[in-house]
Design a protein around this ligand. Structure first.
Ligand SMILES: [Cu+2]
Length: 275
């Protein structure tokens, strides 16, 4: 057999192996999205699937056509000349309009989901402050008044690692924790702050990633839809210990959440203040 023939067979085999590996890992959900635990996350996953289906089919179609044209119009004789034309108006309009329409649809759907997540939370949403620091996450919950006490990095000290203003009466009854617990099926709004450098509050199970910016409070809201324990990695390279900056989010029933909350210390006890 000719050398080029062997190369052709090896190439075809490599393609078959790659396709099989792709189908087994992705088709069998071996290597796919992490578990989903939020209502908005379903919207994000749908967008992801639709985008992948559209771009994936275009990708496959274009490459099949490319392979066909390479084979169909291969050089057969020295006199053969390629057909050349400078422009083709109907073709150009078609291949500009179709992608433009598809992309506009995808971007519109994505923007709507984004504005919903970033937009005003429902009235009854439970506010939780998320505080990023080198290299951990801390969480502040409102007490009976439903209000979060003021936070500022200048209040951070050895005895006040959460940086809550000791003079803000709204903060006295606030509850602090180093693990995030959220009630199932109840809207939660996360107010995200940083004590030092840029971090990124990333909860793959919620399909949300939001920067923690020093001196600025960022926000998003969500409804946890699945009981369980989920990772909160920091998604911003924030220093030498970045790799250990990983918190936990526990989604649990209302009753379990309330009893957990009752066991956590308040700012007043932490700072030795009166309620
Ligand atoms: Cu970080």
């Amino acid at each position: 057999m000719e050398r080029s023939g062997i190369h052709g067979i090896l190439f075809a085999l490599a393609v078959v192996v790659l396709v099989l590996v792709g189908v087994i890992t992705i088709g069998d959900r071996w290597w796919w999205l992490p578990p989903l635990a939020s209502v908005h996350g379903g919207q994000i996953d749908n967008l992801f699937t639709i985008t992948l289906a559209i771009t994936g089919s275009v990708f496959v179609l274009v490459h099949l056509l490319l392979a066909y044209f390479v084979w169909r119009y291969r050089e057969r004789s020295a006199e053969q000349r390629a057909y050349f034309y400078l422009e083709n108006r109907p073709l150009e309009v078609t291949y500009t309009l179709i992608p433009a329409l598809v992309l506009t649809g995808l971007i519109t759907a994505g923007t709507r989901a984004w504005f919903e997540i970033q937009g005003p939370p429902p009235q009854n949403a439970l506010p939780i402050r998320v505080i990023g620091e080198q290299f951990a996450w801390r969480f502040q919950y409102p007490g009976a008044d439903g209000q979060l006490g003021r936070f500022h990095p200048r209040f951070v000290s050895e005895s006040n690692p959460f940086g809550i203003d000791p003079d803000d009466p709204a903060g006295r009854d606030d509850i602090v924790a180093t693990e995030l617990h959220v009630p199932l099926n109840r809207p939660v709004v996360a107010y995200i702050d940083s004590k030092d450098v840029l971090h990124s509050f990333f909860v793959p199970a919620l399909r949300v990633k939001q920067d923690a910016v020093p001196g600025m409070t960022t926000r998003f809201w969500f409804v946890a839809s699945q009981v369980g324990m989920y990772d909160i990695p920091c998604a911003e390279l924030c220093g030498q210990g970045h790799y250990i900056m990983r918190g936990q989010m526990v989604v649990e029933s209302d009753a379990a959440f309330e009893s957990w909350l009752a066991q956590q210390p308040t700012i007043a006890t932490m700072l030795g203040l009166s309620q």
